[in-house]
Design a protein around this ligand. Structure first.
Ligand code: ADP
Length: 591
């Protein structure tokens, strides 16, 4: 609105100066001008502030929306590469030029100001067509014809539309550039940030990985002057954008001629020329801005479509409503019945025809070579995936019929690739911002973390990792694993499942944990997955997996009796390795 106020008041002051030159009238216009533009400036500042806050808020809400989508999605979709590619593309489009939701508030703002501008411009320019050239001006009275109103509208709208079209044409090149630009962003966001990741620097130094990083960062820059985008900007894309701006000046030219001729004929005074030409130019600017928004929005739909594809990923997994009864005897019996499963993008069966019943309160070990299906078996048990064939039953009922959160509540799993977060130790164990400190401490002690906890001056409030504070503590892999075990114990679910629970522990810590396991696990049903067979001897039952099938099941002693069995083979292969290793160490003379 401010430019229009300036145009209007300048016109009034100029008219007075060129006309009666009354000092008291001039003063009034000047004072009114200062007051009105002052008030408009205050409004401007207020709305600017408000707009910026709203835009920041939109940005935050958008990120929250994406997070919630990721948290609520079926695990099978989270695991898909396509989902990650889609999410990465959305992020890259936003980082590249705010394509997507980020642009919408700006378009909205431009729409509102554009429409207000057009209305104000129309009001200010009305006099141009209502004031008539007097009869004495002779042939110039032709300018009073209503056809000039039509001609002016055609010039104003037609030229602005053409300019807007040229702008859209220039912008549309970006649409064809999405792949190049997305790849460019991918390269930058991966290689550009590698140097910030502290854990990478040992390998970077050891293997001079910076050579690879440099070759990407110094190589062809997809946004550089010599890139395809750079060439287009200098070429056709730039030409279209330039032509758009050039053509818009035709409006100013036409308006000057028409307004000056009318003033020459005596339709109005010199001040009004400023008002009408100013209003027409601003009007054309606003029409152009509206068309620019239209063009931009058209291009942006390509990018928002990707966002909606992501947000509309359906939850295909059947969600039952049965509750897992809160049994005080914690007697939950799980059975796999002829279960077969292949991963979504895979041709091969990861599990084939697996049948097994968990004996309540017993310790079950699952052993087998890498890739034999042990982890997949646990993922199906926790219903991260549904099997394609067969059924998994909880107390005789298909697990799909239970409420999912409720069902998850009966398992505590320490996955091989468990993750802790940059939060205080206590929050990590409890998985919550509030917790029972005594229970957390007990869980940590049971998991063998007691001594380390005592050495931490801030105890449970000790921040893990340094992402948020310099006082954060970096922990070793073994310590992290103990915290992860404590977290599983704190959850106190009827099933405790440990996938390679001691892989990162030293032999002493491992022995300590195993010696306490019966005490720690109490009456829970426990499942241990391991390829270190010696760790599983204490279990009541051992299931041997091979190529996605259970090939043997029984106690350690029973299984060893079958000399042609897989367990016998694995046991002896490992025993031989251990004894050879021990012999080598013993026979090597000390230097
Ligand atoms: P284990 O835990 O015994 O090492 P897994 O259960 O992890 O074995 O893997 C069983 C088989 O499934 C392997 O052939 C593995 O390559 C395959 N597999 C595991 N995870 C995936 C996945 N997310 N997508 C496709 N195949 C997978």
């Amino acid at each position: 609105m401010k430019p229009y106020a300036t145009v209007f008041f300048s016109a009034q002051i100029l008219s007075e100066l060129a006309g009666a030159r009354r000092a008291e009238v001039l003063w009034k216009w000047v004072i009114a001008f200062v007051i009105v533009t002052g008030i408009l400036a205050v409004f401007n500042a207020f709305f600017y502030q408000r707009k910026e806050t709203l835009i920041d808020d939109t940005w935050g809400r958008k990120e929250k929306l994406y997070c919630e989508k990721m948290f609520s999605m079926d695990y099978a979709d989270i695991d898909k590469q396509e989902t990650h590619d889609l999410r990465a593309q959305i992020a890259q489009n936003e980082n590249w030029a705010s394509w997507g939701f980020g642009r919408i508030p700006y378009y909205y703002e431009s729409c509102v100001t554009g429409v207000l501008g057009v209305i104000s411009g129309c009001v200010l320019i009305t006099g141009l067509f209502t004031s008539s050239v007097p009869e004495k001006a002779g042939s110039l009275t032709v300018l009073n014809s209503p056809l000039f109103l039509l001609l002016s509208a055609i010039v104003l709208i037609g030229v602005s539309a053409l300019a807007g079209r040229l702008y859209t044409k220039s912008e549309s090149y970006w649409m064809n550039m999405t792949e190049t630009a997305t790849f460019g962003n991918r390269v930058f966001s991966y290689f550009g940030f590698l140097s910030f990741q502290r854990e990478r620097h040992t390998d970077i130094r050891m293997y001079e990985q910076q050579n690879i990083i440099h070759s990407y960062l110094n190589g062809e820059n997809p946004f550089g002057a010599d890139s395809e985008i750079g060439r287009l900007s200098r070429g056709s894309m730039g030409v279209y954008a330039g032509l758009g701006v050039c053509i818009s000046t035709l409006i100013t030219g036409y308006m000057y001629i028409f307004t000056c001729l009318k003033a020459w004929g005596g339709a109005f005074d010199v001040g009004s020329i400023t008002q009408y030409v100013g209003a027409a130019t601003a009007l054309a600017g606003n029409i152009y801005a509206l068309l620019e928004v239209y063009g931009g929005m058209k291009v942006n739909t390509e990018f928002t479509e990707k966002i909606f594809t992501f947000l509309d990923i359906p939850n295909a997994m059947y969600q039952g409503s049965l509750t897992t009864e809160k049994r005080s005897d914690r007697k939950y019996e799980v059975e796999f019945r002829n279960v077969s499963f292949k991963y979504p993008a895979s041709e091969n069966w990861a599990l084939k025809n697996v049948s097994m019943k968990f004996r309540i309160g017993k310790r079950l070990a699952i052993v087998g070579e890498n890739g034999s299906g042990k982890t997949t078996f646990i993922k199906l048990l926790c219903r991260l995936y549904d099997p394609q064939e067969g059924q998994i039953l909880l107390n005789g009922i298909d697990i799909r019929k239970y409420n999912y959160r409720d069902y998850m509540g009966i398992f505590s799993v320490v996955f091989q690739d468990f993750q802790l977060i940059s939060q205080p130790l206590g929050n990590n164990v409890a998985g919550s911002m509030t917790y029972d400190a005594e229970k957390v401490t007990k869980a940590l002690n049971d998991a063998g973390f007691g001594d380390r906890l005592e050495s931490m001056p801030e105890g449970l409030h000790t921040q893990l990792y340094k992402d948020f504070t310099e006082n954060g503590v970096e922990i070793s892999g073994g310590e992290a694993q103990k915290i992860a075990i404590a977290r599983a114990l704190y959850k106190d679910a009827p099933f405790i499942i440990l996938d390679e629970p001691t892989a990162a522990l030293d032999p002493i810590a491992e022995a300590e944990i195993y010696s306490k396991f019966n005490e720690i696990v109490t009456d829970k049903t426990a499942v241990f997955i391991s390829h270190r067979l010696s760790s599983c001897r204490f279990c009541d039952e051992i299931a041997v997996f091979h190529e996605g099938k259970i090939v043997q099941q029984g106690t350690h002693e029973d299984l060893l009796l079958d000399e042609s069995g897989k367990y016998y083979e694995l046991w002896h292969a490992q025993a031989q390795y251990y004894s050879e290793e021990a012999a080598r160490v013993l026979l090597t003379p000390a230097s």
